[in-house]
Every structure is written in structure tokens, then in C-alpha cells.
Design a protein around this ligand. Structure first.
Ligand code: BGC
Length: 442
């Protein structure tokens, strides 16, 4: 039974892996696609961000299509999109084809960013749900590391190197597509489609015979409540503050600058005078640090709580960014120090805001409004991510690294103050207990 649930979670988390891979693979290609397509800094920003526009559309599509056709079928469609995006962007000879292919990939990322964790949450027995959902963040981070690593291995394959880097994604996309045949449809969706018997069969396999019918009843109950909810319910006086917390945290997760490093690290290294080879090697260190400290966070998050982790993490991120900014101001942009501050920044992010945002976003909303509240928060995340990714190369060019990283350091400080003041601690309580607690407080 456990093996079956783990298999399901791993298959769904492959969606997270592709999410990480597809968003980060671009970093290794920018120093080659910029001259190939003749892009200015502003055009580079738009090209890198093209995928993110797809993400925003994907999140909306995922909710609707996922309810209509089932989580599994829509994840399969996303796998196909990942595949065609890999082939299309790798073989593009014009910027427009490249952009269309990246936008298609973005739709798949948006879909995966909602449906993978949702599908895992819907299939996992309650007592493993938290850990299994975190597996998705772990998969994102592994995807990023795999992208950095394969970019490094492929950098010396000649003028088509960036094409090979993008093509690699076709492999996990095919794996995701075929492995989805091994897993069942979500029981919650089956119940929604009045296929209660099929749902019961799945539940017997995931939770065991003795719990299956009780779980089926519970699903029927929550579903009844969910059907009655609409997006405007999120604006009810008791829910609105939670919605704001979700949106603001998601936006802070992005505007504290994480993806300036994840998407543009080789550019930063080139900016301080390093070669492409050593720049790509250093991104592997970034991906590795990200992975190790995500594991650290998974070990700490239920003990220390989300709030303490975010507070310590934001303070650390702020110091590291201030250090990076100071290096630019004093022209001490020696390779080692730049790397130390960047790795320190990544470590603090990965141990705090990285996983904590996804955990809090999933805990904050009452059962009946969870998927709606979460999708608004995650759309805000992608919009913020898009804006930062468009703005970053322009900021670097027009404001210099010193001022750019100082701005991100100040945003980390604002995040710290906001979290201390407004974000409730959610560790160690059941979702129903949290619901009651918020109800009393607000
Ligand atoms: C963020 C992504 C980011 C990744 C880095 C995720 O939590 O949402 O935007 O690229 O962490 O590890």
C-alpha cells in the first residue's frame, strides 16, 4: 500500500521535476541565444520570461481542465506540451518559433505547478500528506539541478549547444507521459463525476480496506461544501485577510530575487568577467546548495515552524544580498566572493521561503476554498516572477549590480517585517484546527 502511494507521488512529482527543469534550463542558454537571435537586454528579459506568461495561463487552465477531464489526463496533456516545447525550442530558427515553444512549455509548467501537488494531496493518506506534498518542492529543486548539470555537460558541444540543452527535457516529458498510465485517477475527482465505486477501489489500494469507506464519506462531505464555493467567497471578511497573506507571501517569494539567480546566474558570473564554462560549473554548485538546504528545511519545518524559518531565512538572504551589492560598489567582484554570497543567499532561501511558501499556501485556506485560494496565490507568484525576470537584465544594465542587489536586500527586509507582523504560525495543527483558529481571530 505504502509502495503504491509512493509510486503515485513520485510519478506526480515528475511534473514538479519538469517544472524545475523547464524554468531553470534557460539560464545555461542565455549567453548563446542572446547573440544567436541578436537580442538586446530588454529583449532577453522578454525571451526568458516568455515561458512565465504561459505559466499564468496554465494555472487557470489547470483548475478548469483538471475538474472537467481529471487530474491525470490533464497532467498527460502537460507532458505532451513539455515534449513539444522541448522539440520546438531546440529546433527554432526564428525568435517567434522559439517564443511560441517556450510559451507552450510555460503552460505545462503552470499546469504542473497546481496539479502535481493537488493530485498528490488528493491521493495521499492524510497522515503522510505534508511530507508527500513537500516531495513536489524537492522534485522542483532536483529538476533545477538536473538542468544546471546537463547544461554544463553540453556547453562544449559546439554552436548548437543551447539546442541540445533545451532538447534534454523531451526525455523526462516522455517518462512522465508513460508513467501516468501506471497511476489511478484522483478519488476526489472520481466522486465529483459520480464514479463513487471507482473512487472506492482507488481508496482501498491507497489507504486500505478498513479506512476506504470512511475516506469516501469524507470526500463526499468536502466535495459538497466545495461545490457551493465561488471565487467571490474569497472576499468574505473572514477569508480576505488569509487571501492577502497568501498573495503577499507568494509575491515576496519572487520579488526577493530568487530567480534572478536561478535564471540568470551565468549572466551574473559573465557580468563579473568569468568564462561560460566556469559560470555553468558554478550553477551546479547553486543547484546542489538549493537541494541540500531544501532537505534541511524539510527536516526543520515541522519542528521550528514556518514563521521562524522564514524570518531567519529572510534575514540571511538580506545580509547575503547586501554583501553582493557591496562587492559591486567596491568593485571587489572577485569570483570566489561573488559565489560565496550567492550560495549563502540560495541556502537561506532554500531553507525557508522556498518550501515554506508552498506549505503555507496549502494550509492557509479552509477546505472548501483551498484550491481557489491557492490558485490565486500561485498566479500572483507567476506574475511577480514574470515581472522580476523581465526587469532584472534591464536593472543590471541601467542601475548596475550594486543598486540592483541592494533593492532586493531591502525587499527581503520588508518581507521579514511583514512575516513577523502578519503571518500566523501554522505548524503542528490539523487543517481543521487552523480553520477554527482563523475563524476566531479574524
Ligand atoms: C520557487 C521557484 C524557484 C524555486 C527555486 C520555488 O519554490 O517557486 O520560483 O525557482 O523555488 O528552488
Amino acid at each position: 500500500m505504502k509502495g503504491y502511494v509512493i509510486l503515485i507521488s513520485v510519478v506526480a512529482a515528475l511534473g514538479g521535476l519538469l517544472f524545475g527543469f523547464d524554468t531553470a534550463v534557460i539560464s545555461g542558454t542565455i549567453n548563446f541565444i542572446q547573440p544567436y537571435f541578436g537580442l538586446s537586454e530588454a529583449e532577453l528579459g522578454w525571451t526568458v520570461s516568455s515561458l512565465l506568461f504561459g505559466c499564468i495561463a496554465g494555472v487557470f487552465l489547470a483548475g478548469k481542465a483538471g475538474d472537467r477531464y481529471g487530474r491525470k489526463k490533464v497532467l498527460m496533456a502537460a507532458a505532451l506540451l513539455f515534449f513539444f516545447s522541448a522539440i520546438g525550442s531546440a529546433s527554432a530558427h526564428s525568435l517567434s518559433i522559439f517564443l511560441i515553444a517556450r510559451i507552450l512549455g510555460g503552460i505545462a509548467v503552470g499546469v504542473a505547478s497546481i496539479l502535481s501537488p493537488m493530485y498528490i494531496a488528493e491521493l495521499a493518506p492524510a497522515k503522510y500528506r505534508g511530507t508527500l506534498v513537500s516531495l513536489n518542492q524537492l522534485a522542483i529543486v532536483i529538476g533545477i539541478l538536473v538542468a544546471f548539470f546537463s547544461n554544463y555537460l553540453l556547453v562544449n558541444t559546439g554552436e548548437n549547444n543551447w539546442r541540445w540543452m533545451l532538447l534534454v527535457m523531451a526525455a523526462p516529458a516522455v517518462l512522465l507521459f508513460f508513467s501516468l498510465f501506471l497511476v489511478p485517477e484522483s478519488p476526489r475527482w472520481l466522486v465529483a463525476k459520480n464514479r463513487n465505486e471507482d473512487a472506492l477501489n482507488v481508496l482501498v489500494k491507497t489507504s486500505g480496506k478498513e479506512f476506504a469507506s470512511a475516506e469516501l464519506k469524507e470526500i463526499e462531505e468536502t466535495l459538497k461544501n466545495q461545490e457551493e464555493s465561488t471565487f467571490s467567497d474569497l472576499l468574505a471578511p473572514k477569508i480576505k485577510p488569509l487571501l492577502f497573506i497568501g498573495i503577499i507571501l507568494a509575491v515576496f517569494q519572487q520579488i526577493t530575487g530568487i530567480n534572478t539567480i536561478m535564471y540568470y546566474a551565468p549572466k551574473i558570473f559573465a557580468n563579473v568577467g568569468q568564462s561560460n564554462d566556469s559560470a555553468l560549473l558554478q550553477t551546479i554548485l547553486i543547484g546542489g546548495t538549493n537541494l541540500v538546504f531544501t532537505l534541511v528545511a524539510m527536516g526543520l519545518i515541522d519542528r521550528f515552524g514556518r514563521k521562524l524559518l522564514i524570518v531567519i531565512g529572510s534575514a540571511g538572504m538580506m545580509l547575503m544580498l547586501a554583501g553582493l551589492s557591496a562587492l559591486y560598489f567596491t568593485s571587489h567582484t572577485s569570483g570566489v566572493l561573488v559565489l560565496v554570497f550567492i550560495l549563502g543567499y540560495i541556502a537561506f532561501f532554500a531553507a525557508s521561503l522556498g518550501p515554506a511558501l508552498w506549505v503555507v499556501a496549502a494550509e492557509l485556506f479552509p477546505n472548501r476554498l483551498r484550491s481557489k485560494g491557492m490558485s490565486i496565490a500561485i498566479v500572483s507568484l507567476w506574475i511577480a516572477c514574470t515581472i522580476v525576470s523581465i526587469a532584472f537584465p534591464i536593472m543590471l544594465e541601467k542601475l548596475s549590480g550594486g543598486i540592483t542587489f541592494l533593492i532586493f536586500a531591502l525587499i527581503c527586509m520588508a518581507n521579514l517585517v511583514y512575516v513577523l507582523k502578519y503571518v500566523p504560525e501554522t505548524k503542528g495543527k490539523t487543517l481543521e484546527e487552523l480553520e477554527k483558529e482563523f475563524d476566531r481571530k479574524l
